[in-house]
Design a protein around this ligand. Structure first.
Ligand code: PGA
Length: 254
């Protein structure tokens, strides 16, 4: 059985006070309502990691993660944060290669491969993001684009290492736009990603990797998307900033 995961990427939102309030609402709603086995991950800005970690009394189903990390362990990299620092603040997951990092901060596949190594070396779980832009979807090249992103950033890993990676398919045209991929489009791409991994490694390994969908997931569309056989959960942006919506998405697995 693959792990079902719902991760909330807060992006650059929330003051400390707002973040703490959001985290405590999510915790309370989880205690009161959530009965399924979904792993829930809160991914606040770096600066809130430690205090939000201290707020969470139960670490079995509610975890925290970071939105990015530097590829090196330490050193003269002003303004950067390493995977080991994230770990020391209680983080267990790190998003790598979000399309906003690729687009606004020029992160290349080669750099992402190094970041993945650093995350794994620190025994954290990378949530590796991939996804095509609208131009590619329009000319039907989405599979070659996503296949290349996956190969370039992950295929240097051993079979044991890749089994520890979570993948998030996030079509760039669906992020923050209100346009969601249809459940069929998500399923098709998730199956393609799994097949790409199976061809390089094995069916067994490909079958253990959780592949999340991201891009305008809301309580209204989560159920249909999560019901697809190769969709193992979601990476949620906008809707993760509202505790009620976020928990309704977690409940979409029931
Ligand atoms: P969105 O963002 O849910 O606001 O579209 C998803 C993401 O960027 O991870």
């Amino acid at each position: 059985m693959r792990k079902q995961i719902v991760a909330g990427n807060w992006k650059m939102n929330c003051s400390l006070e707002e973040g703490q309030k959001l985290a405590s609402e999510v915790m309370q709603l989880m205690l009161d309502e959530v009965q399924n086995e979904t792993e829930v991950i809160l991914i606040p800005p770096f600066i809130h990691l430690s205090s939000i970690n201290d707020q969470i009394p139960f670490k079995d189903k509610l975890l925290i993660g970071a939105q990015n990390c530097h590829q090196n362990e330490s050193g003269a990299y002003t303004g950067e944060v390493s995977a080991s620092m994230i770990k020391s603040c209680g983080g267990s997951h790190v998003i790598i290669g979000h399309s906003e990092r690729r687009e606004y901060f020029g992160e290349s596949d080669a750099l992402l491969a190094e970041k993945i190594n650093s995350v794994l070396k620190n025994d954290l779980t990378p949530i590796f993001c991939c996804g095509e832009r609208l131009e590619s979807r329009e000319i039907n090249t989405q599979e070659s684009v996503v296949g290349e992103q996956v190969r370039n950033a992950l295929f240097h890993l051993s079979e044991e290492q890749i089994a520890k990676v979570v993948i998030a398919y996030e079509p760039v045209w669906a992020i923050g736009t209100g346009k969601t991929a249809s459940a069929e489009q998500a399923q098709e791409m998730h199956a393609f990603i799994r097949k790409t991994i199976a061809e390089k490694y094995s069916n067994e390994t490909a079958d253990t990797i959780s592949i999340l969908y991201g891009g305008s997931v809301k309580p209204e569309n989560a159920k249909e998307i999560f019901s697809q056989s190769d969709v193992d959960g979601g990476l949620i942006g906008g809707a993760s900033l509202k505790s009620r919506d976020f928990i309704d998405i977690v409940q979409a697995f029931d």
